[in-house]
Ligand binder design. Structure first.
Ligand SMILES: O=P(O)(O)OC[C@H]1O[C@H](O)[C@H](O)[C@@H](O)[C@@H]1O
Length: 297
């Protein structure tokens, strides 16, 4: 623990201790009067967030693998420094490599009633083979009765650095058939199930078959409703919304559980991707709350 944060609110643990099994990926668990949360140091990936007295907001696959260097299915993976397939092809890892790396927990703090965990990842020599720019990324989780993610990426190199990313939230739903996402109607999207064909979203989104839609430049606030409490997602510096559910049991680490979640992600991708000048930093903030009030800052 980087600071002498007092009490039992913030504890070092492992994936096995929290989720069962004999895996030992380092995790940090937070328990306060307002919430419980677990973050894996691999990928600085939030795996669980539950407001006290409420339901779990995130979905973590019962079939998730907790193996060093493998993607963990569920929670909020950080897709970075690129989102989706790399444009050069499939020889580079999908969604970048930061979700596969160990991040350092550098700050444990309190802001008002929130416990804050800040993780840092500095790209390594080995990463330069995959992405030839040095960079530093930070993610801060502000955990109270809502959830705020603050992500920053700084180009430490001497040439302009391409950047896309997503905070790839998996939200638990209790009935996919009754799940709706609002705040996207009349927006333009790219359909990832149809070679990124452009489409126009006429109304709220419902699920039945595979959905994989990317809404560049959307911004604003989206509302996810099913029979659980609504979840409102808003952001700044992450105007792309991505909505995904595989619609079938084809993924090994999802299987028949595909109807237990939808991904409602925010980031910058496709039309919103950026080029960061040397020494420049991109900052993004995403908030998740059960009350629609716009961005929680
Ligand atoms: O299986 P993964 O690499 O974690 O990707 C899971 C999903 O992530 C995003 O939501 C993309 O839009 C989808 O196309 C992709 O299938």
């Amino acid at each position: 623990m980087p600071s002498d944060f007092s009490g039992k609110e913030v504890q070092s643990t492992t994936s096995g201790e929290v989720f069962g099994g004999d895996t030992a990926l380092p995790c940090t668990a937070v328990t306060t009067d307002l919430c419980r949360a677990v973050v894996s140091h691999q990928g600085a990936q939030l795996l669980s967030f539950q407001p006290q007295g409420g339901e779990e907001w995130l979905w973590l696959s019962p079939l998730a693998q907790f193996a060093s260097g493998s993607a963990i299915r569920g929670g909020i993976p950080l897709c970075l420094p690129w989102f989706g397939r790399h444009q050069s092809g499939d020889s580079l890892p999908k969604h970048g490599f930061c979700r596969l790396r160990d991040w350092d927990l550098v700050v444990v703090d309190r802001i008002d009633q929130a416990v804050c965990l800040r993780f840092e990842y500095a790209s390594t020599e080995a990463d330069l083979v995959l992405f030839p720019w040095r960079f530093r990324a930070e993610i801060q989780y502000r955990l109270s009765n809502n959830l705020v993610l603050e992500l920053s990426i700084e180009n430490l190199d001497e040439t302009p650095m391409p950047l896309s990313f997503a905070m790839h939230s998996y939200f638990a739903v209790n009935s996919l058939a009754n799940t709706r996402i609002e705040g996207i109607d009349q927006a333009e999207y790219l359909d990832n199930t149809r070679d990124l064909q452009r489409g126009h979203q006429r109304e709220a989104l419902v699920f039945g078959k595979e959905v994989d839609k990317v809404f560049p430049g959307l911004g604003g606030e989206q509302r996810l409703t099913d029979k659980l409490a609504p979840r409102y997602v808003a952001g700044r510096g992450c105007d792309t919304a991505i909505i995904w559910n595989p619609g079938n049991d084809s993924l090994a680490d999802v299987g028949s559980h595909f109807s237990e979640f939808v991904c409602l992600e925010r980031g910058i991708a496709f039309d919103d991707a950026q080029t960061l000048a040397p020494g420049h930093r991109w900052e993004a903030l995403m908030s998740v709350s059960d009350k629609g009030r716009g961005l929680v800052v």
